[in-house]
Design a protein around this ligand. Sequence first.
Ligand code: SF4
Length: 240
Amino acid sequence: MKLKDQRAPDEAVLPAIFGRLLDAYGPQHWWPGDSPTEVAVGAILTQNTAWTNVERAIKRMRQGGWLDWRRIDAAEAETLAEVIRPAGTFRVKAARLKALAHVVAARHGGSIERMLTRQTEGSVPRTIDEIRAELLAIHGIGPETADAIMLYAGGHATFVIDTYTRRVLRRHFLAGANEAYDALRALFMRSLPPDERVFNEYHALLVRVGKEHCGSVARCDGCPLAALPHDEPALDGNAE
Ligand code: SF4
């Protein structure tokens, strides 16, 4: 199916998708979390699990005084793993939290805010790419987690690509099946104004439409994006 608009498809369609989703759903008030530390912890705990499990784990951390990077860094991995058990794959996630905590504690005085800020004690501010690279160098932090921390804990204009986003892009002819993460991130970032509020809201809205309509099987009836050119899973058998 060809797009009617003669501009590059991403230029025309990505802002249109955003507008339609925002009109339909309104602001999503993301990310759920009371502080940059809670958001960053949540970004790691949410890997491969439902958010309700993450909430239970974060509640245990909050109640036990575990939202403290120095304490996480100093803790035995097994002890931390028991605290975050409700999040699932808790030993893996404890190791990942400890890896991030070690960098926060050793290089940034135990402050995730200091890690994520562009301001430095020297005269040259860090670039967003430098902050992102520091996150990506940490064991267990891939691009999706790094961008979620950058955007929702650090307030930096970087786009988060997740499974829901990939599905919507593919079904709307904006990406192939196996596009690289960075190619999809670049697609959003060149098609939208570099405004972290837009990126924040857009990702949250894509998750909303993914949960309500565009899951492993597309339910296009009543979807806010149904009027835009899209794949017809029932016809081509392309549902996952
Ligand atoms: S459910 Fe259908 S209309 Fe909605 S985003 Fe997915 S493919 Fe597009």
